[in-house]
Design a protein around this ligand. Structure first.
Ligand SMILES: [Zn+2]
Ligand SMILES: [Zn+2]
Length: 341
């Protein structure tokens, strides 16, 4: 079976190849035909640097861990051919202490596609056909649009951050940064009933946040946040910038909570940690998700979220390079989607 595959071969270089799937499918795996994939901030780090957070790729890899797909060959695993499935890309061992406690994101031997942290690397989803463990695939109602279902994994990450912060209906929440993760954190916090404000450097990104339920937004020119001191119960940092974290330390109320959703890359920018102490701020980190994948799929199935408002563009697999360039230039508002050839 021939298929089209995009492959990151070096920083900023994606090659498109035509390859053949092997005849056999590994046991407990099913063969899938891409419906829609989407580009993550993590993919952008690999695209720019061939590395993410200090983890360097050993060899070329297909990026992409956010996708939904149609079952091409159920391989005796209980699915119907042609059925649409959400794909949970996190493959936990299922047996260690963390997995048994439900903390699958902390599993020391978990595997993840399109990532340098998994060795040997597993190719990701920016290709037409791929095999994946059946236990990671979740059937959904036929009424769900694939271009919405591809948001399941990033929405699960955002919901995990919202849960780590303990957001409730009574909370006022500030989200710093309206990239895709900030927009999805807005979706998650609004779903909890919280009052959500956002910041970003770009007015159209703030408009997108309003479209998914933010009630106010501010242009975060680096020094004009002075009127946002000690205002919010909870701040979710989604900008990926150390400046965003300092803004969060300013904006959170005394004894409030900061939830760090973005993966701020190692840097030399000073953090105003004295505010952490003086205000008794609780700061929680957040990586991937635990039980939130099912919650994300349910929220998508509910049809209550305007995912079109947070979708920037669509590209076929063969134009993955152009899709990544669009994300890299920083002007796209919302997600860039990858569609089959
Ligand atoms: Zn992602
Ligand atoms: Zn485990």
């Amino acid at each position: 079976m021939a298929y089209t595959q995009s492959l990151l071969t070096a920083a900023r270089k994606i090659e498109v190849r035509h390859a053949e799937m092997p005849d056999g499918i590994a046991s407990d795996h099913i063969r899938l035909r891409l419906a829609t994939a989407s580009i993550c901030g993590t993919d952008m780090h690999y695209f720019r640097h061939f590395a993410n957070a200090g983890f360097v790729l050993d060899y070329p890899v297909t990026l992409g861990h956010e996708a939904c797909a149609y079952v091409e060959d159920p391989n005796g695993c209980g699915f119907e051919k042609g059925q649409l499935v959400a794909i949970n890309p996190l493959i936990p061992c299922g047996e260690c202490e963390k997995c048994r406690a439900g903390d699958i994101n902390m599993c020391p031997t978990k595997r993840f596609p399109g990532s340098a942290t998994t060795k040997p690397h597993i190719d990701g989803f920016f290709r037409d056909i791929f095999d994946f463990p059946a236990r990671c695939c979740h059937g959904v109602s036929d009424a769900v649009a694939p271009d919405h279902l591809t948001f399941a994994e990033p929405l699960a990450c955002a919901l995990h951050s919202v849960n780590r912060a303990g957001v409730t209906a009574n909370d006022s929440v500030l989200i710093t940064g309206c990239g895709p993760m900030g927009l999805l954190a807005t979706v998650g916090a609004v779903a909890k009933g919280a009052t959500v404000h956002v910041t970003d450097l770009r007015a159209p990104a703030i408009e997108a946040a309003r479209a998914v339920g933010a009630s106010d937004g501010f242009i975060a020119a680096r020094n004009d946040m002075n009127n946002l001191k000690e205002v919010y119960d909870i701040v979710i940092e989604a900008s990926g910038s150390p400046h965003g974290y300092n803004q969060a330390l300013d904006a959170v109320r005394k004894q409030g909570t900061i939830s760090v959703l973005s993966l701020i890359q190692p840097s030399e920018v000073p953090i105003n940690l004295h505010l952490n102490a003086l205000k008794e701020v609780t700061s929680v980190g957040s990586i991937l998700f635990t039980g939130e994948f099912a919650d994300a799929v349910a929220l998508i199935e509910s049809g209550t979220v305007d995912f079109e408002a947070i979708t920037a563009a669509r590209f076929p697999v063969s134009e993955t390079q152009a899709a990544c360039e669009m994300m890299a230039d920083g002007h796209a508002v919302g997600k860039v989607l990858i569609k089959p050839q």
